[in-house]
Design a protein around this ligand. Structure first.
Ligand code: 5GP
Ligand code: MG
Length: 179
């Protein structure tokens, strides 16, 4: 696994420190709001588990699975494969995501949840690749762990063909692995 990694982009220490900072911010912003923290599976699992433990106010955990129609990246059409269990109407909802890339999936998730009339809806993404954003997507993340360059990254929950999710850091995959 390790030998397929070209470069460690974010070390375990860097990630831990940033999540602690985000935790302080989120704990302040969501004090007294009993938010529902919605994780979009499954890339987010590792980040979710670490992030939730740095949110020091009462909150509820919930999860969604979104699936993009294959071959339609241009339209960004997707379906909800697993929905949240909680009624989000009138609730403070925070979406947790692993990565904000073209924005197709987050844009879908955001508008899908917005339609349920939450009291507030915000986005927290571990990684943001603004250079990759699709034209016309104006959505922005409210909380960003790290802004990263346009490279394909794996680890800390992120996969290539379902592999590498269990790497404890975020690394750039050697191009020869996927070429
Ligand atoms: P979107 O392009 O819709 O913003 O991101 C869709 C999905 O593509 C992400 O949730 C993530 O699963 C995957 N993705 C985007 N960029 C990367 C990347 O650099 N590495 C990995 N492993 N997955 C990515
Ligand atoms: Mg994802």
């Amino acid at each position: 696994m390790e030998r397929d990694i070209q470069e460690v982009l974010l070390s375990e220490e860097q990630i831990r420190a940033r999540i602690a900072e985000l935790g302080e911010e989120l704990s302040r912003d969501y004090a007294g709001k009993n938010p529902v923290i919605v994780g979009v599976l499954k890339g987010v699992v590792v980040f979710y588990a670490d992030m939730i433990r740095q949110i020091k106010v009462p909150c509820q955990m919930d999860f969604m699975v979104i699936s993009s129609y294959s071959g339609t990246d241009s339209t960004g059409t997707a379906v909800v494969k697993k929905d949240v269990d909680v009624d989000l109407k009138g609730r403070h909802v925070l979406i947790l995501e692993d990565i904000f890339d073209t924005g197709n999936s987050l844009n879908f998730t955001y508008h899908n949840l917005l339609a349920r009339e939450p009291a507030s809806l915000k986005i927290c993404t571990l990684l943001d690749k603004p250079e990759r954003r699709k034209e016309g997507i104006t959505l922005q993340a409210d909380y960003v762990g790290f802004t990263i360059p346009n490279a394909f990254v794996v680890g800390y929950g992120l996969d290539y063909n379902e592999l590498y999710r269990n790497l404890p850091y975020v690394g750039v995959l050697k191009p020869e692995v996927y070429q």
